[in-house]
Design a protein around this ligand. Structure first.
Ligand code: TA6
Length: 282
């Protein structure tokens, strides 16, 4: 059977299911253009979707890969992580070949976005599954007459067997802002990042691919266009305080996000910016 893209309902909400001939599968919600699940051929889901996630078409969905735009976290006046994750995106293209499925979703400014953020824009997210790879490319076009600025992220919730036994490699030597320690600036000095407590870091100017190692599998994480990497795990107390995350949910997830967060992206009128994150199951 060739690759397919089907329109489905997922927890009662409109979504699309991408499938390749080799057996890779991804589910993408129209709310937020959010990838909710991705399994490479012959393997289980490599993303974490909270069993307590809310699917009401309005609330941000806890897990998968939320698209944060035009604001990352609380770096501005908009609601946390901006409005793209709660907006309804539309289908731009669906393309399948023998071995790949590619879906592009789009979002443009409207009265509601302009009331919150007075800019004209066009966002597109391309979602490609091929072999053991998931590739996301976010493109932002300034369709207005004035320059605009934004911060953004692909807020990827990776699924892990046990977070304390996971090792994230590739961040040695990079400077980061440590939000869990009052936003102090630090430099990573370990060979690997281990999660042993609340972790909320924005690594600056990361130029290397990363590797997430677990005892029986690994995941390559690469980014292009996004200068920063965010590593987030809420740990025991924050996890218990987040209503749409089970108390032990932090054990099954690790967010490794491709972000433009340290400095806003400045986009002159008529110009386009893009950023990409690629996951490869190993
Ligand atoms: O990317 C890390 C972060 O900004 C954290 O500070 C944490 O709050 C998280 O995102 C989740 O944010 P949310 O608004 O989805 O609860």
């Amino acid at each position: 059977m060739p690759a397919t893209i089907e329109h489905i309902e997922f927890h009662g909400q409109p979504a699309l299911r991408l499938r390749t001939r080799a057996g890779a599968v991804a589910v993408v919600s129209l709310q937020g253009a959010q990838v909710l699940s991705w399994s490479p051929p012959g393997g289980g889901d490599r993303l974490y979707l909270s069993p307590a996630a809310v699917f009401d078409g309005r609330t941000p969905i806890r897990g998968g890969i939320p698209v944060c735009f035009p604001q990352f976290a609380d770096l501005g006046k908009l609601p946390a992580h901006g409005f793209a994750r709660t907006a309804r995106w539309s289908v731009v293209t669906e393309r399948t070949g023998d071995d790949f499925a590619l879906l592009t979703l789009g979002l443009s400014d409207d009265d509601a976005t302009r009331a919150a953020w007075p800019h004209a824009f066009r966002a597109e997210l391309g979602i490609l599954i091929e072999d053991s790879r998931l590739d996301l490319e976010l493109e932002i076009e300034n369709t207005g007459a004035q320059a605009l600025e934004f911060t953004a992220a692909l807020h990827t919730y990776l699924g892990v067997r046990e977070v304390e036994e996971s090792r994230l490699e590739g961040l040695h030597g990079f400077e980061y802002r440590d939000k869990a320690a009052g936003n102090t600036i630090r430099r990573d000095s370990g060979d690997v990042v281990l999660i042993e407590g609340e972790t909320d870091r924005v690594y600056h100017g990361v130029t290397r691919p990363l590797l997430l190692r677990e005892y029986d599998r690994s995941l390559g994480i690469n980014a292009d266009g996004f200068p920063d990497v965010v590593v987030w795990n809420p740990w025991v107390e924050r996890s218990a305080a987040i209503p749409d995350l089970p108390d032990d949910g932090f054990r099954r997830m690790l967010c490794v996000e491709a972000a433009a967060a340290r400095e806003p992206v400045r986009l002159p009128a008529g110009e386009t910016w893009w950023g990409r994150q690629t996951l490869v199951a190993l």
